[in-house]
Design a protein around this ligand. Structure first.
Ligand code: CUA
Length: 385
């Protein structure tokens, strides 16, 4: 009876521990469930850090097995009985002390060598044809500028697989930390000082990144996406971005109402152009973007509500020092609010009407936009793909 109670107790104890072990195993094995894992690297830089971690872990496992093994052996082999006399007392043993000092020193050296090598490797200036990307941290979003390609975007950084992306980073306000966990370690960004980070992506896909330095109340919603694309896809994206927002000569003249809009000259894809192409065989319909009344109303509102004061719609020659994220391709992004909310029409409309409810403290104020106005603004922004 007593045995059965003990067995049930043991089972209960393991019952609590097993799910925890399973969870730990899943954490290491499933990037789907835990997408911000650094344990499944998909870049050269990520692999360097992961290799050092694996080396350290193997040493730690070896030490654990040896020490615990010796301990358990001593416990069982030399177990005393209550009737035993007091054992002989010894004090100090120079040989043993030298051994247990030298062995850990050697183990630490074995860990230090690859660690220091990794530090030098990851801090080296990347050689070859690296793609330069400027990263500027803002409370609470990320600006990405490609100086050699003359394009700018926000919160979703596109990189080509197989080519080193070299990030030159700074901040517009406080200290942030740029962290794309599947690709590289954290690197702080500072005002008036450039920090650098580089890596070569090995797998195409969309991966999350996160600000990793507390930077204010919305630090947790200062995320970003890394969109790693094949070389051809990336070239296509660059060409597309370069076709957005290049101001034609005519746009240099003031608009008829004497107000220059950020979208002047911006080339956008109408929300129904795809449908127009499909329908063109059967019937000719007025489908062009500016003819869409919601789009036209949205364009006016973008100016009238003051959106234009903080957001640029220019991907090419984008102005520097803007307060809000660049919106040149906002319609095509996966998330809004710096990786915080899925980029659906519903979320975008909610955001435009009440950003403070979705991301309290964000610099974008509530502008008194009505639901109808929000719908028009969504139609306008969605066309900027
Ligand atoms: Cu930016 Cu935390």
């Amino acid at each position: 009876m007593r045995f059965r109670i003990a067995a049930v107790g043991r089972l209960r104890r393991w019952g609590a521990v097993l799910p925890l072990l399973a969870l730990l195993a899943a954490g290491a094995c499933s990037p789907e469930q835990y997408p911000q894992t650094a344990l499944r690297p998909i870049s050269d830089y990520g692999r360097i850090g992961d290799d050092i971690q694996t080396t350290t872990l193997l040493w730690a496992i070896g030490v654990f097995i040896l020490v615990e093994g010796a301990l358990l052996y001593a416990v069982f082999r030399f177990r005393g009985k209550p009737t035993d006399p007091e054992p002989r007392q010894i004090h100090g043993n120079t040989t043993v002390e030298i051994i247990w000092t030298v062995i850990p020193a050697l183990i630490l050296a074995a860990i230090a060598v690859p660690t220091v090598r990794g530090i030098f490797e990851t801090n080296a200036v990347p050689s070859g044809d690296a793609l330069k990307i400027e990263v500027i941290g803002h409370q609470w979003w990320w600006e990405f500028r490609y100086p050699d390609l003359n394009i700018t975007t926000a919160n979703e950084v596109h990189i080509p697989v197989g080519q080193t992306a070299s990030f030159h980073m700074s901040t517009a306000d406080v200290v942030h930390s740029f962290w794309p966990p599947r690709f590289a370690g954290k690197r702080d960004v500072f005002p008036n000082r450039e920090t650098r980070l580089w890596f070569k992506a090995e797998e195409a896909g969309e991966y999350p990144g996160q600000c990793a330095e507390f930077c204010g109340i919305q630090h947790g919603r200062m995320a970003f996406r890394v969109k790693a694309q094949t070389a051809e896809e990336f070239q296509g994206w660059v060409a597309h971005m370069q076709s957005l927002g290049a101001k034609p000569a005519a746009a240099a003249a003031p608009a008829p109402d004497s107000v220059q809009t950020a979208s002047a000259g911006a080339k956008v894809q109408g929300p129904q152009q795809g449908a127009a192409a499909k329908d063109s065989a059967t019937a000719a319909k007025p489908q062009a973007a500016p003819a869409d009344p919601a789009y036209a109303a949205g364009e006016k509102l973008f100016m009238a509500k003051g959106c234009v004061g903080c957001h640029s719609l220019q991907a090419v020659n984008a102005p520097k020092g803007m307060i809000g994220p660049n919106l040149a391709n906002v319609g095509a992004r996966s998330f809004i609010g710096a990786g915080s909310f899925k980029n659906t029409d519903e979320n975008l409309a909610r955001w435009i009407q009440d950003p403070q409810a979705m991301k309290k403290g964000v610099l974008m104020p509530n502008l008194g936009v009505t639901p109808d106005e929000a719908k028009s603004l969504v139609a306008f922004l969605r066309a900027h793909k």
